[in-house]
Ligand binder design. Structure first.
Ligand SMILES: Cc1cc2nc3c(=O)[nH]c(=O)nc-3n(C[C@H](O)[C@H](O)[C@H](O)COP(=O)(O)O)c2cc1C
Ligand code: SF4
Length: 450
C-alpha cells in the first residue's frame, strides 16, 4: 500500500506547488511554504530578507493573523507568544536579563506524518527565519531546533543552512540543533525541555507550563517547525496576507500528509477549509473503494468516508464532526482492510511508545491494546465492555496527553466501526485482518505486531 514519502522528487514539487491553487480554488499562486530553493541565496531571492521589525510589531502581526499551532493542538500562536512575554516580565530582574528561549519542535513523532521533514528539507531557511522572528517577538536570546537523532540527512540539511546563516551573519540568536531519541513521547514539549536541560526525553508533570518555566527555568516558547515557518512569512507579509487563504476561523494554509489508499500519497499545502473530497482529489483520488479516513494521526479519530468527504479540513470543523486535525494527517482506509486490526496495531505501538512513568501508560494502555487485539483477532466477547470500563481510568490521568490520545483513537474505532465489532463478536475475525497494515508503523514495532 502506498505510504506518504517525504517529498524530494520532482513529481512532488509539482504537487506541492499545485496544492495551493487547488486549495484556494481560484489562484495560480504557488505554494507559500515551498516556494524557492533550499539554499540561502535562493531563499532570499524568492522571499526577500526578513524585515527588521521590532518584537512587539511581530507579536502583533502574529496575533492578528489568527495563526494556530500546526503541531497538533491548534493553540493560538500569538497568545502563546504573549504568555511568554508576560511571564518574562513577571520574573525577577536578574532572571529577566537572561531572556526567554525558543524551542522549535521538528521531531515529527507521528509515524504517518511527513510534513515537518519535507518542510525542513525543502525550505530550512523559512523555519530558521521563523525562529529568528519568534525570538525577536518574545525577547529570546537562546534557540534550539529539536530533531530526531536518527534523521541524519535532515540534520545535515539544517546544519548546512545554519552554516550559511552564520557566514552571512543574519541571525541575532544562534540556533542549536538538539538530537532527540526517536520515540513518540520524546517530542512532547515538556519532554523536549527536560532533554535540553540535560535530563531524559520524558514528559514531566505540569504546571509549570513551558511558557512560565521552561529551558533552564526560563520562559520558553515551544512551537512546531511549520508554525514557525508561517511566523517567518507573517513577519514579511503581514496578517492580512496570511488571512487571504483559509477561513475566518481557520486562517492560512497548512501542510497535510495524505496516505493510505490514495493514488498520490504525499505532503500537500492546502488552504484550510477545503473539503475532505477536495483533499482526496489533490492526492489523486482513492486508489480503491474506501470505508473511512483516519484524521489527525494516532492521537486522532476515524471518520466514515461519506462524512469525511463533506467535512472541511480545519481544526474546529473536524472536531465538530468527531474527528481531529492534529498535525494534519489523513490516512485513507480501503474497504477490504479491518479497521479494528489496524487500530489494535497502533494501540500496541502507542502503548510501547510511552515513557513508562505513569500508571495509565504502564498498566492501562497495554491492557486496552490487548483487549482490542483480542476483539480483532479472536472476536473476544468480553473485550468491548472491558475497554469501555477501563478507558475512563486511563484518559486524562498521565503527566502528558499520551494516554488520552490513544484512548480517544480506540473509542473512535469502537464507535465508527460498531458494525464491524458486531461481526467480529458474532462470526470471528473478518478477512481484512489478514491484509497488510495500511497505517504506517516504524519498522521494529510493525514487525513485532504483524
Ligand atoms: C505525546 C506527545 C507527542 C508530541 N509530539 C509532537 C511532535 O512530534 N511534534 C510537534 O510539533 N508537537 C508534538 N506534540 C505537541 C507539543 O507538545 C507542543 O504542543 C507543540 O510542539 C507546540 O507547537 P505548536 O503550538 O506550534 O503546535 C506532542 C504532544 C504529545 C502529548
Ligand atoms: S502519561 Fe505516559 S507518556 Fe505521558 S509522561 Fe506519563 S508515562 Fe509518559
Amino acid at each position: 500500500m502506498n505510504q506518504p514519502e517525504a517529498a524530494g522528487r520532482e513529481g512532488d514539487t509539482a504537487r506541492l506547488y499545485a496544492a495551493q491553487s487547488a486549495g484556494s480554488g481560484q489562484t495560480a499562486e504557488s505554494g507559500r511554504l515551498f516556494s524557492g530553493p533550499a539554499d540561502l541565496a535562493g531563499h532570499v531571492g524568492a522571499h526577500g530578507p526578513l524585515p527588521g521589525h521590532d518584537g512587539p510589531a511581530i507579536l502583533d502581526a502574529v496575533d492578528r493573523s489568527g495563526l494556530t499551532g500546526r503541531g497538533g493542538a491548534a493553540f493560538p500562536t500569538g497568545r502563546k507568544m504573549r504568555a511568554v512575554v508576560d511571564a518574562t516580565a513577571r520574573v525577577r530582574r536578574s532572571a529577566r536579563q537572561q531572556g526567554a528561549v525558543v524551542v522549535a519542535n521538528g521531531c515529527e513523532g507521528e509515524p504517518a506524518s511527513a510534513k515537518d521533514r519535507t518542510l525542513l528539507t525543502r525550505a530550512p531557511h523559512l523555519v530558521l527565519d521563523g525562529i529568528a522572528a519568534a525570538a525577536r517577538a518574545i525577547g529570546a536570546n537562546r534557540a534550539h531546533l529539536c530533531l530526531h537523532e536518527d534523521e541524519h540527512a535532515l540534520i545535515q540539511v539544517v546544519q548546512l543552512a545554519l552554516k550559511e546563516r552564520r557566514s552571512a551573519g543574519i541571525d541575532a540568536v544562534d540556533v542549536q540543533i538538539a538530537a532527540l531519541p526517536h520515540r513518540y513521547v520524546a517530542s512532547e514539549e515538556t519532554s523536549l525541555i527536560q532533554f535540553l536541560d540535560g535530563g531524559p526525553a520524558m514528559p514531566r508533570f505540569t504546571p509549570p507550563r513551558p511558557f512560565e518555566r521552561g529551558v533552564a527555568g526560563r520562559p520558553t516558547l515551544v512551537d512546531n517547525v511549520e508554525t514557525l515557518a508561517h511566523v517567518g512569512l507573517i513577519a514579511r507579509h503581514g496578517p492580512a496576507w496570511f488571512r487571504a487563504s483559509g477561513m475566518a476561523n481557520a486562517p492560512g494554509t497548512a501542510l497535510v500528509t495524505v496516505g493510505g489508499a490514495v493514488t498520490h500519497p504525499g505532503v500537500y499545502e492546502i488552504s484550510l477549509g477545503i473539503t475532505g473530497a477536495e483533499l482526496l482529489e489533490l492526492a489523486g483520488g482513492a486508489a480503491e473503494p474506501l470505508q473511512a479516513v483516519l484524521t489527525g494521526g494516532y492521537f486522532g479519530a476515524w471518520l466514515p468516508e461519506s462524512r469525511f468527504l463533506a467535512t472541511r479540513i480545519a481544526p474546529k470543523d473536524l472536531a465538530a464532526a468527531g474527528a481531529a486535525m492534529g498535525a494534519g494527517i489523513f490516512v485513507a482506509l480501503p474497504r477490504t482492510s479491518c479497521a479494528l486490526a489496524e487500530t489494535a496495531r497502533v494501540a500496541r505501538y502507542m502503548a510501547e511508545q510511552s515513557a513508562g512513568q505513569c500508571g495509565p501508560c504502564i498498566n492501562g494502555l497495554p491492557a486496552l491494546a490487548g483487549a482490542l487485539e483480542a476483539l480483532a483477532r479472536r472476536g473476544d466477547t468480553r473485550a468491548p465492555d472491558y475497554i469501555n470500563s477501563l478507558a475512563p481510568y486511563v484518559a486524562g490521568r498521565g503527566a502528558c496527553h499520551h494516554p488520552d490520545g490513544t484512548t480517544r483513537l480506540i473509542a473512535s474505532a469502537l464507535s465508527v466501526f460498531a458494525a464491524d465489532v458486531r461481526t467480529h463478536l458474532g462470526r470471528g475475525p473478518c478477512a481484512g485482518t489478514r491484509r497488510p497494515s495500511i497505517l504506517p508503523l516504524p519498522a521494529l514495532a510493525a514487525e513485532a505486531h504483524r
